[in-house]
Design a protein around this ligand. Structure first.
Ligand code: CP
Length: 365
């Protein structure tokens, strides 16, 4: 408990839970560092000699897990971890707290993915080393956004004055939420939100767009919306987050980017996708020069190399602590980690007079 209170008292730390906690200057610093690494990778071959990254993946992943592992290996470090918690003592009922306490005694840095919202924040309370959120349920996925930002900076040459179309599952897609929140901070970006009514962006994202004075419009027609956008960010319909198979069936394949639609797009529009893809982009588009989603995954590895270096080696690279006061109120979001790890303290913060859960950011009624 002492540890928790201390953690809550820190104004800054070395954990990346939400990209919102990083300033645009810090994001730009990651991008700049990633570009330097891309230009001269040999210069960084021994940058993390003797250091260990632990990748704790309680949920499946190809890109995030392996790009973090590759990033550390390319920096000269080594990796430990699991990609199936059932092969660890989690299968015997070990708590998140105990797992993190143990691993933070073995590794210099931890990357964690978990299907339950708020897990990264909860884990950070018990880690003595920098901890990176690699996705916590439908909540946040900050290093995917860093990947997207590095890609945009390299491929469009700017992070401002862009018209960005986001398409697909805008309700459950944590990557979309994080991307919109980040790009809204840069000058003169506007958004086209392409989805069905059922899968449109949560209201808090609209609040952020309004607060930042960003132009935005809704669309349910990809063929129409595609004609004047600079970036098309496609997303998968997140089957695993639906309550029933019927609901998923009614939403899948509503928006599919094919050659016919792409013909209506600008010559310099770029197509991004956090991947994995299911059916939402037809494979015959993969060879189009505008299709950058595979290259995007490679940019992600450089972004993660830059992040590891900054967290481990730059003493000034401190990230704002999340707001968290010990609270009377328990979060009532059934998807929040507070319900599955019952020793966790109730932590909340105030936002415009509302009490919000510090783990999952949902309003506590
Ligand atoms: N984009 C992404 O998070 O991919 P993985 O689920 O394969 O890590």
């Amino acid at each position: 408990m002492k540890k928790i209170n201390e953690s809550c008292g820190f104004m800054t730390n070395k954990n990346l839970i939400d990209l919102e906690d990083m300033t645009t200057e810090q994001i730009d610093k990651v991008v700049k560092k990633a570009k330097k690494i891309m230009q001269n990778p040999a210069d960084y071959r021994h940058a993390c000699d003797g250091k260990i990254l632990a990748t704790l993946f309680y949920e499946p992943s190809t890109r995030t897990q392996m790009s973090f592992q590759t990033a550390m290996l390319k920096l000269g470090g080594r990796t430990i971890g699991f990609d199936n918690p059932m092969n660890s003592s989690v299968s015997k009922g070990e708590s998140l707290k105990d797992t993190i306490t143990i691993i933070s005694g073995y590794a210099e840095i931890i990357a964690i993915r978990h299907p339950v919202e708020g897990t990264a924040m909860a884990a950070s309370l018990y880690s003595d080393v920098p901890l990176i959120n690699c996705g916590d349920g439908g909540h946040l996925h900050p290093t995917q956004t860093l990947t997207d930002i590095v890609t945009l900076s390299c491929e469009k040459g700017r992070l401002d004055n862009l018209k960005i179309g986001v398409c697909g599952d805008l309700l459950n897609g944590r990557t979309v939420h994080s991307l919109i929140k980040t790009l809204a901070k840069y000058k003169n970006n506007s958004f086209v939100l392409i989805s069905t009514k059922e899968l449109s962006v949560p209201i808090y994202i609209i609040d952020i767009l309004e607060k930042n004075g960003c132009k935005y419009e809704f669309s349910n027609n990809l063929a129409e919306a595609i004609s004047d956008i600079d970036v098309l960010y496609m997303t998968r319909i997140q089957r695993e987050r639906f309550k029933s198979e019927e609901e998923y069936e009614s939403q899948k394949n509503v928006f599919v980017l094919d050659k016919e639609k792409l013909d209506k797009a600008k010559e310099d529009m770029i197509i991004l996708h956090p991947l994995p893809r299911v059916n939402e982009i037809t494979v015959d588009i993969d060879d189009d020069p505008r299709a950058l989603y595979f290259k995007q995954a490679q940019y992600g590895m450089y972004g993660r190399m830059a992040l590891i270096l900054l967290l481990l080696q730059d003493e000034d690279f401190l990230i704002k602590s999340r707001n968290a006061d010990v609270s009377e109120h328990k979060c009532n979001n059934p998807k929040c980690i507070i319900h599955s790890e019952d020793y966790l303290p109730k932590l909340s913060y105030n936002k415009k007079g509302m009490v919000m859960c510090s783990f999952c950011d949902k309003r506590i009624d």
